[in-house]
Design a protein around this ligand. Structure first.
Ligand code: C5P
Length: 399
């Protein structure tokens, strides 16, 4: 099972700039996308099937009459969340504009309801030819996103508009198209961030190393997908996110009090804060002299997540986090399953924080487990990318 929203079909047409799509494929993988490559027969003159299989790590089908029993043009059209065709040649623009389907790629395009991004690359004369201009217009009217080619030197000595854009610009456009799908419009999402602190006296506290970066990344990503976000943040030092309601708390009890009010009218709760498991029961409201500071008594804090999840209404979705110090995958998975079940969560993200990793970092790694017991291993990716992946899952659970 793949995370929703992260599966891209990369079509490659027969232009000399097909080699640039090798870099695009790599950069897409860096962004956490899973990429299936579908090269046209003509493009194999420039980059061979073996290259695409090695780079994508996935089987590549180049011809409509292979693997017929699995009906690949339908399964690939259904499985992929986005189609990017880079480069798109003048010939392919013409074929797509007239709705033709005479090879695997054009069949997939016709069968797919996913957003489609075209990256035309050709000589300036061809790009500016009125037939091409007309075809682009028709495709745009039908909802295709067409990225404008760059300007500069072409394969020969000619100069003009028609160059294949840099991978980074294509990825920016891809991310924009994904965001435009704004699948969380109208959803109220409650997100916690940071680490609670439990005071010992007015000066000292028991705390943890959570920076709040993951919770803030989730809040920003959810808001950009149209959600109404309420961020409850504990002891973070991060800039406020414009347009997001933010409540600051210090202790687990304060966080719990806010969540109890907010959760009943939220569609989802994402509990990424590190909540102190215990508070100080012999709190002193005056500074304890160092000579007397020999004993801190603890009393267990209630598990906020467990208690909210036990009262959740049908349709509400809850995502929990768990920080573990076990490097081995089996024990991470085991504790993830146990916490998912004991706290009645829909999804849990378990990360391995041993050696000080992850806390305070912009990157994360771990695994996602959902209530159907699907397990997705998350390699080292940015906290922004993990946010997108978790929100893809949340959006599909919210329906
Ligand atoms: O059991 P553990 O503390 O590992 O579970 C982590 C998850 O539970 C996190 O989502 C955290 O925010 C939440 N939690 C809580 N209340 C506590 C302790 C943890 O809501 N007292």
């Amino acid at each position: 099972m793949f995370p929703r929203g992260r599966k891209i079909l990369l079509g490659v047409a027969g232009g000399i700039s097909a080699y640039k799509s090798c870099d695009l494929l790599r950069r897409l993988q860096d962004e956490g996308f899973i990429v299936d490559v579908v090269p046209t027969a003509a493009s194999l003159n420039f980059v061979g099937k073996a290259t695409w299989e090695a780079l994508s790590g996935r089987k590549v089908i180049t011809d409509f009459w292979s693997d017929v029993e699995s009906v690949p043009h339908i399964s690939m059209a259904k499985e992929n969340d986005l189609i990017v065709i880079a480069p798109t040649t003048a010939d392919l623009l013409g074929k797509l504009a007239s709705g033709r389907a005479d090879d695997l790629l054009t069949n997939i395009v016709l069968a797919s309801t996913a957003p489609k991004i075209l990256v035309p690359a050709m000589h300036p004369e061809m790009w500016l030819n009125s037939a091409t201009v007309e075809n682009v217009k028709i495709l745009q009217q039908r909802g295709f996103f067409v990225i404008q080619p760059g300007e500069g030197r072409m394969t020969g000595s000619d100069i003009g508009v028609g160059r294949y854009p840099d991978s980074v610009n294509i990825i920016t456009e891809i991310n924009k198209v994904i965001l435009q799908s704004a699948d969380l419009v109208g959803k109220r999402i409650l997100i916690t961030a940071g680490g609670t602190r439990e005071p010992i006296d007015p000066i000292r506290f028991i705390g943890n190393r959570s920076s709040g970066k993951q919770g803030f990344a989730l809040a920003a990503a959810a808001a950009s997908r149209g959600a109404q976000v309420h961020l409850v943040t504990a002891n973070t030092d991060l800039p406020l996110i414009e347009g997001i309601t933010t409540t600051h708390v210090e202790t687990a009890a304060q966080m719990s009090a806010v969540l109890e009010i907010e959760f009943p009218h939220s569609d989802a709760l994402i509990m990424s804060a590190a909540v102190a498991d215990a508070k100080v029961s012999n709190y002193s409201d005056i500074k304890i002299k160092k000579e007397s500071l020999d004993r801190v008594e603890l009393q267990k804090n209630p598990d906020i997540l467990k208690s909210l999840a036990s009262g959740k209404k049908p349709g509400q979705v809850i995502i929990g986090f768990a920080a573990e110090t076990s490097a081995d995958f089996e024990s991470l998975e085991k504790s993830g399953h146990a916490k998912l079940a004991s706290k009645s969560l829909d999804i849990i993200y378990v990360n391995n924080v041993s050696d000080g990793a992850i806390f305070g970092s912009n990157h994360t790694q771990g695994l996602i487990i959902d209530s159907q017991l699907n397990v997705i291993k998350v390699p080292e990716i940015s906290k922004d990318t993990l946010s997108d992946i978790l929100l893809d899952q949340l959006a599909s659970k919210l329906g």
